[in-house]
Ligand binder design. Structure first.
Ligand SMILES: *Cc1c(COP(=O)(O)O)cnc(C)c1O
Length: 346
């Protein structure tokens, strides 16, 4: 088999949700946007529904439609992008709850679906999505008079607990939501870890469920094993790959693996990332190609059929470091060609 195998440990996923749930007295939702951070939103959400999650969040209505198909009726599916033009039928027919981001979205929602539940997203300082304080103040009475389920906002710096913007946004969110009886939500993974002040009524973890920073106590959820297509011996001075990016200093053994930047193994990790044969590290040699990687395996007594690029010895954040990015991008880039194997399926 030529494709890599992406092992996804659903027991670890459920354990991470339970561990994050145990960190607050709030209800704990699950964020499954971007196809469940690359791991298959339907499978991820069904696992977490079984673990106890009743609220889910996606980025756009179309993702919500696919998720409703997988989950069936019952769990609440919330849409961060709110009510966009053309969304009314999707929201209505699939029972999706838009998080309204502006006066314009509120007007659109009230015109099209006056009795359909919604939440409101407030901008507490990230300046990305949500109503600004003045806009919220003007509409607050009307918004609270309708079928509103949630008032939420998002932290810009929650992966750095000491960043002063966290406290600023908390103060702003409190000011904007003082005295509300509607459930409130501010914390994603980072906010959960910052403690009680940030928890409110509902938390919205994403990355921590999938084993990523800043939830450093997370169980590993993914392992990615790449098959060796070919082995070759190099003599001193021979080069490997595009632009002759690697030069053998002495005799070397090179393994060519089946996966490349078209599978989300970002080209910038060339020459830096490690592959693992069991617990033995082997360095990438030269450039990442579209479908292939070349790895220096000279020091191995025996070259296995597959090498791991994600697993117990290199997690998504460590691989991200080698590529100059973050774990979120590694996960959400994981390619469609991999054979996804789930363990602990419910
Ligand atoms: C992506 C996202 C989350 C989840 O964030 P993590 O850092 O992955 O836990 C929560 N809320 C909003 C608004 C988001 O965009």
């Amino acid at each position: 088999m030529g494709t890599g195998t992406l092992h996804i440990d659903l027991e670890a996923l459920a354990a991470n949700w339970r561990a994050l749930d145990a960190k607050s007295d709030a209800k704990t939702a699950a964020v499954v946007k971007a196809n469940g951070y690359g791991l298959d939103a339907g499978t991820v959400a069904k696992t977490l529904a079984y673990a106890g999650a009743r609220q889910f969040f996606v980025a756009v209505a179309e993702e919500g439609v696919a998720l409703r198909e997988a989950l069936g009726e019952g769990p609440q599916i919330n849409v961060f992008a709110g009510h966009m033009a053309g969304d009314a039928a999707l929201l209505r027919d699939h029972d999706l709850t838009p998080m309204l981001n502006s006066a314009e979205q509120f007007a659109r929602h009230r015109d099209a679906l006056p009795d359909h539940a919604y939440g409101v997203q407030l901008d507490s300082g990230m300046n990305r999505l949500g109503m600004e304080p003045a806009e919220w103040a003007a509409l607050r009475g009307d918004l609270l008079a309708g079928p509103i389920t949630l008032v939420m906002s998002h932290l810009a710096c929650a992966d750095e607990p000491d960043h002063p913007q966290n406290a600023d946004q908390l103060r702003q969110f409190r000011d904007m939501t003082q005295g509300l009886s509607t459930p409130r939500s501010l914390a994603a993974t980072g906010g959960i870890l910052m403690g009680k002040d940030y928890h409110f009524d509902l938390t919205r973890p994403g990355i921590g469920l999938y084993g990523g920073f800043p939830f450093t106590q997370a169980q590993a959820v993914v392992r990615l094993s790449l098959p060796v297509v070919q082995l070759r011996d190099l003599e001193n001075g021979e080069t490997v790959g595009y632009s002759a990016g690697y030069t053998a200093k002495g005799p070397r053994k090179i393994a060519t693996l089946s996966a490349g930047y078209a599978d989300g193994l970002i080209r910038a990790m060339g020459g830096k990332a490690m592959l693992y044969a069991g617990s033995t590290a082997c360095q990438l040699a030269g450039r990442v190609s579209m479908d292939l990687l070349t790895v220096d395996v000279t020091h191995l007594d025996e070259v296995p059929d597959q090498l791991d690029i994600l697993g117990p010895h290199q997690n998504v954040d460590q691989l991200a470091d080698a590529a100059g990015t973050i774990g979120y991008e590694i996960l959400t880039s994981l390619g469609a060609r991999y054979n996804r194997e789930y363990s602990g399926e419910y």
